[in-house]
Write a new protein. Structure first.
Lengths: 336, 520
């Protein structure tokens, strides 16, 4: 009838069906969602308590903290860079905010803005150094990881900042639904927005172009440096927010907040199909990847696997996921 | 027939090589005797590099037909290392050095143990490298780091590396491409010493004055066959030019006449372009203009600076000078500025700086062109899809859907996709760098028709192409570029391939003569 319908006629032969199937599998999220469903079923069959309300809530709660960072890390990976300092930045922002609201006696809202500011500033510094000086992101952000850890000790002299104003405990203790609080709400909203931005906006498209081939992006008029620096700032700010949510959850500005997160976050988003080589992956995929990693960790605890073997399982899964990512790139993106 | 009285040291007989369905070499005979410098000439795509790759084992025995003999004995090389250990050395055109190591370590790269054990004998290496340099008359400190050397010195280090193994045959691929006149003379004196030592040399070049200066014999390849073999006493630039251009299959080019009295669309005055990565290449003092609806070609050899001119105009590499579009002066510091001024560039290397392999066909077309397809920063999916489909239809891009991966497209379809991208903004000035590189014959014709169609719509086109026949057939006017300068200009009908080769040769001869005067 109308011409639009003719253009999008359904596949007629087996070959085009096969192509569609391959195209479907090529979408990163599908594979990881299927894998996660299998894992959940596996753990649940072995130990029904795995899907208990308490355990589910615990998993989702942990995922909300690292998930907030995973959103930023995904955006940065899409732009072709990555950040190892996210854990340090989370911890540093948390203790700075804690000090601002206690030692400096600033209003809680100002102190929180200060914490976000610290994260964004570190992101800006990382971005400027990587883009303008050409120092590899690996070196720059690894250096920043150590600098951040040192600054945490400088700011706190090694002691947790405690007690915090009542408002912080309220933020940390609020039960919005199913025992999940503000951090989870923020995580979901930020993930939906970020996913939309990458998928549907000009900004997002230019981000993929920048990460896919910086030279091509530059030639079509995209300011690739600005995109990369912007992505570093977003990661920094989101890390700071995650760190402060943990602080609210604990009720204290602990010095170990964020410690070791950098590798969890990168492992998670990579499991979710976000490419370490830049230009490929989605926020939905990255978030699902992090969720899957936490499902495995929790599942192994619940079914009573020795803790040493849990670590080994996480390592194996990560390497397998990256191997799959490379295969996927070879067959679906770069061509065999 | 070769005119040599000596038995050849190294010879190839009846070499035939196919790439897919394309015959790159057809029963080529080639030989070189001890103490001879034999020039291998031909236009781009004539088969020179294929022959060299067969002779030094890059294309291993079995991938071609024909016989290679060294000292009259049939040999078959499985790899370049195999060729090297049989006494056949090769100095590639690109400089391949280990920058962080010393000159001596580079000269002995891969055999720093000097054959006894695992240890590196630093002092012995330096001493041996010094001996080789003294023998060749090269003045470089073996202890210096290669990072501090000029590109000419690096080239000499690569030659020394090939000499270490005392090769009996040495192949040099465009050894002077990155050298200045004085440095060329230094290289020549090295080659003369090697010649005196009885090394057989194969000298691949585009530069005829160098052939006249140093070579003993020349073989010209054309379309994968030996066109002519010339002995030194019959050397003559005219003969070379005639045999290199020769008669080739005529292609049909669509009719187009230069517009009369059209306004100037692009005007460039005294443009100087830096070379890529600080190289000596680039372009100096370029002035040119292209009228609306005119097709202008930049003819020149590889590395002549023709691509740099396009990149300088587009703001991809830093350039100084005046650029006007439709009479208005514009300041171009980045590709973004050039695009805003209505200039578009189709780059030479699709894989390296054209396609985005992480995005599907559709997004590859619209990237950089999303502003009119979006509202408040959000891409309007339906509008994007319909404009992609109409662009694909207009340029006959064959892909299963806008969601298809670009990898699976043929070279021709990839190229049309990139045309769709640059045309989406309806540029006033279109710069095309090798628009038909690596595309099939049918697409080639589609591209020719497209170029003429665009000109008829009033777009100003500036084209770089290695195939002179194509450039001359397509363009209303040709500018000949060599060593970063425009040395000749002629309109359609005023000259052919021979005119380009002649002006390039004349300019190079002039430069060579000047350099020799300075150095002597």
């Amino acid at each position: 009838m109308n011409s639009a319908a003719d253009v999008s006629s359904p596949p007629r032969d087996a070959q085009s069906f096969r192509r569609r199937l391959i195209g479907f599998i090529a979408v990163g999220e599908v594979g990881v969602l299927a894998a996660m469903a299998l894992l959940i079923a596996f753990f649940w069959l072995l130990e029904p308590a795995f899907l208990s309300e308490r355990n589910t809530r615990a998993i989702l709660n942990v995922v909300s903290f690292v998930g907030i960072i995973a959103i930023g890390q995904t955006i940065l990976l899409v732009a072709g860079e990555f950040d190892l300092s996210v854990g340090s930045v989370a911890g540093l922002s948390a203790v700075v905010a804690a000090k601002l609201m206690t030692a400096a006696a600033l209003p809680v809202s100002i102190a929180i803005l200060g914490g976000v500011g610290v994260g964004a500033l570190i992101g800006l510094v990382n971005g400027l150094i990587v883009v303008r000086l050409g120092i590899p992101a690996f070196i720059q952000t690894l250096g920043m990881l150590f600098i951040g850890q040192g600054l945490i000790q400088v700011v706190t002299s090694g002691y947790p900042v405690y007690p915090l104003p009542e408002a912080i405990n309220v933020i940390g203790g609020t039960d919005l639904a199913f025992g999940l609080g503000w951090s989870f709400a923020f995580f979901i909203i930020a993930a939906v927005i970020a996913d939309f931005v990458l998928r549907r906006t000009v900004l997002g498209r230019n981000m993929y172009a920048t990460g896919g081939n910086k030279e091509v992006a530059h030639l079509v008029g995209i300011n690739t440096n600005a995109y990369k620096i912007g992505a570093f700032i977003v990661v920094g700010a989101l890390s700071a927010i995650a760190g402060m949510f943990v602080m609210a959850d604990l009720g204290s500005g602990g010095t170990s907040i964020g410690s070791g997160w950098e590798l969890t976050v990168i492992a998670g988003v990579v499991v979710g199909g976000v490419s370490l080589f830049g230009g490929a992956g989605t926020v939905a995929g990255g978030v699902v990847g992090i969720l899957m990693l936490k499902v495995v960790q929790s599942g192994l605890v619940v079914i009573g696997v020795n803790s040493n073997w849990q670590q080994i399982a996480v390592g194996v899964i990560m390497v397998m996921a990256v191997g799959l990512d490379i295969l996927r790139r070879r067959y679906f993106i770069a061509g065999a | 027939m070769s005119n040599t009285t000596q038995e050849p040291l190294f010879s190839a007989t009846g070499i035939t090589k196919n790439f897919g369905g394309v015959q790159a070499l057809r029963s080529v005979d080639f030989d070189v005797t001890a103490g001879e410098i034999h020039a291998l000439l031909g236009q781009n795509g004539a088969g020179k590099s294929t022959l060299v790759k067969i002779l030094n084992g890059v294309h291993p025995a079995g991938s071609y037909t024909g016989i290679i003999r060294l000292d009259g004995r049939a040999v078959s090389f499985a790899s370049p290392a195999d060729a090297r250990s049989n006494g056949v050395g090769y100095v590639p055109q690109e400089i391949e050095v280990l920058e962080q190591l010393s000159v001596a370590e580079n000269v002995f790269a891969g055999r720093t143990g000097l054959g006894d054990g695992m240890l590196v004998h630093q002092r012995k290496l330096e001493q041996r490298a010094g001996e080789i340099f003294a023998e060749l008359g090269i003045d470089i400190n073996p202890r210096a780091y290669v990072a501090s050397l000029t590109s000419a010195q690096r080239h000499l280090v690569m030659i020394a590396r090939a000499i270490v193994l005392k090769p009996r045959v040495l192949m040099l691929d465009e050894p002077t491409a990155s050298l200045s006149g004085i440095e060329v003379d230094a290289l020549f004196s090295v080659l003369r010493r090697l010649k005196a030592q009885g090394v057989a040399m194969i000298y691949i070049t585009h530069r005829l004055p160098e052939v006249l200066a140093i070579c003993d014999r020349a073989t010209v390849l054309r379309d994968g066959q030996v066109a002519v073999r010339i002995a030194r006493e019959d050397f003559d630039a005219e003969t070379f030019i005639f045999s290199m251009s020769g008669q080739r299959l005529q292609r049909l080019f669509p009719e187009h006449a230069a517009p009369v009295g059209a306004r100037t669309a692009l005007e460039v005055r005294r443009l100087t372009v830096a070379g890529h990565g600080g190289a000596v290449h680039g372009a100096r003092d370029i002035s040119l203009s292209v009228a609306a609806g005119e097709i202008v070609g930049l003819a020149g050899l590889l590395g002549s600076g023709r691509s740099e001119i396009l990149q300088g105009i587009y703001g991809r590499v830093p350039a100084e000078g005046e650029i006007r579009v439709a009479g208005e002066p514009v300041s171009i510091r980045s590709p973004g500025d050039a695009r805003a001024a209505g200039i578009a560039l189709l780059t030479e290397d699709r894989k390296r700086d054209g396609l985005l392999f992480n995005l599907p066909v559709g997004a590859n077309i619209t990237i950089g062109n999303l502003a009119p397809l979006s509202r408040h920063g959000m891409v309007r999916g339906g509008l994007e899809r319909s404009s992609i489909l109409s662009a694909m239809r207009a340029l006959n891009v064959k892909a299963s859907s806008p969601q298809a991966a670009v990898t699976h497209l043929s070279g021709g379809n990839q190229q049309k996709l990139l045309f769709a991208r640059v045309l989406m903004r309806a540029p006033k000035v279109l710069l095309l760098d090798e628009p038909t590189k690596g595309v099939d014959a049918a697409t080639r014709h589609e591209i020719y028709r497209l170029v003429v169609e665009l000109a008829e719509k009033g777009v100003a086109l500036l084209i770089v192409a290695s195939e002179l026949e194509e450039l001359i057939g397509l363009c209303d006017r040709c500018l000949v570029v060599t060593d970063g300068r425009i040395v000749d200009e002629f309109s359609r009908g005023e000259g052919g391939e021979d005119r380009v080769l002649r002006s390039v040769t004349a300019a190079q001869a002039q430069r060579h003569a000047m350099a020799s005067q300075v150095s002597s």
